[in-house]
Design a protein around this ligand. Structure first.
Ligand code: SF4
Ligand code: SF4
Length: 341
């Protein structure tokens, strides 16, 4: 497949069908260049040499890496540039084997972003070279869960471990937060968990207060438990960020309650992490907009998230970034937050 898959791009579930080699742009707004945003040794488990790829196929309101996910649309978007796959593979092995790499316990190259699926042919080339250089160190692929079936199979093929962000179970909440439907994500979990559980490092669930209510958390947990009760699940504390920069952080009791719910439905490996309790307050103007969106999303938490999107200019509700007429000039992608966390 390789770079040919960029000619009629269907790498992710948007299946835009654009010719990225000719410079056509899909929802991710990335041409064929596999731009790297940054690279560094990273202690967060699994400790690794992490390669952050530029660009993303989602437009998450809470994006922590908005400056690399929304390059080149965002005025503060940034990228590092291009690198030969062989050179990157050798560099990753050398970095893992430095004193610092050994000290933090790095044992793999870790592809993150943005969303690395957008640059899957490049990731495959790097991994091919990496496997030639080492048979000791491993490969992790970090995904938002939106690859096509075919891309998901390619990811399973190349990765020793997968970290999977599961953002919501309800379509309304998922669309409000990301701009994308949830069905492909659920389908990928249904494929991965029963057949490739050994590759799942962790399913990560970021909890945003008022958006993820108890019913939403329970629905996510039940979905996962029905697939396999042993799947590792980690709830992450939302930090006020990007379009949600004024929203309150996840309180400790929400994180503890989520772990309780997970255990109630049978999940055996549930935990939480992050920094709870960061201050924030929902602006009254967002609450007013949210009131008008409850019927559209059928969920109060989704409507609240969508209220923030509407406040910065997103006018398509339910959000759907493929069919949105403003997809190429999206106000969410262009948003520059005042607060940095
Ligand atoms: S959004 Fe997905 S399908 Fe569309 S061009 Fe980007 S990677 Fe390809
Ligand atoms: S304006 Fe359109 S493209 Fe931008 S986030 Fe909203 S739905 Fe998606």
């Amino acid at each position: 497949m390789g770079r040919r898959s960029l000619r009629n791009c269907k790498l992710c579930a948007w299946e835009c069908g654009v010719d990225r080699v000719e410079g056509e742009l899909g929802v991710c707004r990335m041409d064929a260049r596999p731009l790297i945003a940054s690279k560094q040794l990273h202690p967060a488990p699994p400790a690794s040499y992490t390669v952050f790829m530029t660009g993303c196929n989602y437009r998450c309101l809470n994006c922590q890496n908005w400056d690399i996910a929304h390059y080149p649309d965002n005025p503060e978007g940034r990228t590092w540039g291009l690198q030969d796959p062989r050179e990157l593979a050798v560099e990753a092995v050398n970095m893992i084997e430095t004193l610092e790499g050994r000290r933090i316990g790095a044992d793999r190259i870790f592809f993150s972003g943005g969303e690395p699926t957008v640059h899957l042919p490049f990731v495959e080339e790097v991994v091919r070279e990496f496997r030639r250089v080492t048979d000791v160190w491993k490969v992790n692929f970090d995904t938002n869960g939106f690859p096509t079936r075919d891309s998901m199979r390619r990811i399973v093929e190349l990765a020793d471990s997968i970290t999977f962000d599961f953002k919501a179970f309800s379509d309304g909440v998922h669309r409000a937060l990301t701009g994308a439907p949830v069905e492909p994500v659920l389908r990928n979990l249904e494929f991965l968990i029963p057949s490739h559980l050994n590759k799942i490092w962790e399913v990560r669930v970021l909890l945003i207060p008022e958006v993820h209510d108890e019913a939403e958390i329970r629905a996510m947990c039940e979905f996962l438990a029905d697939l396999d009760e042993t799947v590792p699940v980690c709830f992450l504390a939302f930090r006020p960020n990007f379009v949600l920069e004024r929203h309150p952080g996840a309180p400790l009791d929400l994180l503890e309650r989520a772990v309780e719910i997970a255990r109630e439905v049978g999940l055996m490996n549930a935990s939480w992490s992050g920094l709870p309790g960061l201050p924030g307050e929902v602006p009254p103007s967002v609450r007013r907009r949210a009131e008008g969106l409850v019927d559209v999303y059928g969920h109060r938490g989704a409507a609240l998230a969508a209220g923030y999107a509407a406040e910065v200019g997103c006018s398509k509700h339910p959000r759907d970034c493929l069919s949105c007429p403003r997809s190429g000039s999206c106000p969410v992608k262009r948003y520059v937050p005042a607060r940095r966390t």
